[in-house]
Design a protein around this ligand. Structure first.
Ligand code: NAP
Length: 322
């Protein structure tokens, strides 16, 4: 089979398309003929081996897996001996992150608890935008106990996770303020954002007195006290992503800062699960979330995929057609 391949941690320029053996599904896995995938922040980290913490998942000294990619959108080819509920020929979407990655390839094995039927109304390419990004956005907002009528601040609304966070928050009936770079404001408004804060040109989100019931930290380099100041008296901050500085700040200072407060602090560590995938499938079929394809490339142009991501031009998902 054809697969995107890299040997050791380092430059994205080493990526190439190489013939690889078709993997064999374990007893609890399905083998999927993958028709499309999409790029996430972690897939870039997998190849570069940075931020260093990512190696806890991908291997400390050298990469455990040489084919990157998590998002799966295709057709079941074969099922493991213990798998029930799936048969060859079923159209599925899934997340191979906890199955050793390998989705930037014609065939990929995925644990059966991270696979669900594909949304009926979407193409393979559209479906490929959903598994990690939309499920992370959904899990993060649920962890923050999102409710109708709340005011929600989403810091980092243009990448993979952010646009789904905006759409999902709106579908819950929240009033959404989205932080993004100004040239992508139109895109974020088209996702449903009510208010935009341009973090590059106009203002920092900490520069006014507005408070929010729920703040989702997806990107940036802010301190935990910056986020805390933006919360209402009983508001919740959920840390989803951001720079290493923001992440370590959340990890070290976050819980202590909120010890004697009615405000709450929480961090998301999303692990692929059927329940989130099924909810996202339903939301897609109901039109509550729409895929956000910024550009699609064939697998053969895998280096272009990574270069386009690094250019910072992407607003939404970069899709890989296979
Ligand atoms: N907790 C979990 O389980 C989990 C799961 C998946 C991902 N994540 C994390 O979530 C984060 C986002 O992932 P992603 O795939 O969406 O990343 P991404 O595609 O790289 O998007 C990040 C976006 O953040 C924006 N940004 C950068 N600095 C910002 C700032 N100071 N304020 C506001 N926006 C800023 C950039 O948009 P502009 O063009 O607008 O500058 C960029 O498009 C990553 O840190 C990732 O590790 C966490």
């Amino acid at each position: 089979m054809k697969a995107a391949y890299f040997e050791n941690y380092g430059s994205i320029e080493q990526l190439k398309v190489k013939a690889q053996p078709i993997p064999e599904p374990a007893d609890n896995e399905v083998l999927v003929r993958n028709h499309a995938s999409s790029l996430n922040f972690g897939n870039v980290g997998h190849v570069k081996g940075e931020p260093f913490l990512i190696r806890a998942f991908t291997g400390f000294g050298s990469p455990k897996n040489h084919i990157p990619g998590g998002d799966v959108s295709g057709v079941v080819e074969k099922v493991g001996r213990q798998v029930t509920g799936f048969n060859p020929g079923d159209e599925v979407m899934g997340d191979a992150a906890e199955s050793g990655f390998g989705a930037f390839a014609e065939y990929v094995t995925v644990k059966s608890n991270a696979v669900v039927p594909k949304p009926a109304n979407l193409s393979y390419e559209e479906t490929a935008t959903l598994p990690l990004a939309a499920c992370t956005a959904l899990a993060g907002l649920k962890k923050g106990s999102i409710q109708s009528g709340q005011s929600v601040l989403i810091v980092g609304s243009t990448g993979s996770v952010g646009p789904f966070a905006v759409q999902i928050a709106k579908s819950y009936g929240a009033e959404v303020t989205a932080v993004c770079s100004g040239n992508k404001a139109g895109f974020v408004r088209s996702m449903g954002a009510d208010h935009i804060i341009d973090y590059k040109i106009i203002e920092d989100f900490t520069g006014n007195d507005t408070k929010y019931d729920l703040v989702a930290g997806i990107a940036g380099t802010h301190s935990m006290s910056d986020f805390k100041k933006k919360l209402t008296r009983t508001g919740i901050y959920v840390n989803i992503g951001g720079s290493m500085k923001q992440f370590s700040n959340a990890f070290i200072t976050g819980p202590f800062l909120y010890l004697f407060s009615r405000q709450k602090f929480t961090m998301l560590m999303y692990m692929a699960d059927n329940q989130s995938l099924l909810e996202v499938k339903q939301m897609a079929e109901e039109g509550a979330i729409k895929p956000t394809i910024t550009k699609a490339f064939p697998l053969e142009q895998i280096r272009e995929v990574y270069r386009y991501y690094e250019s910072g031009h992407a607003a939404g998902k970069i899709v890989i057609t296979i």
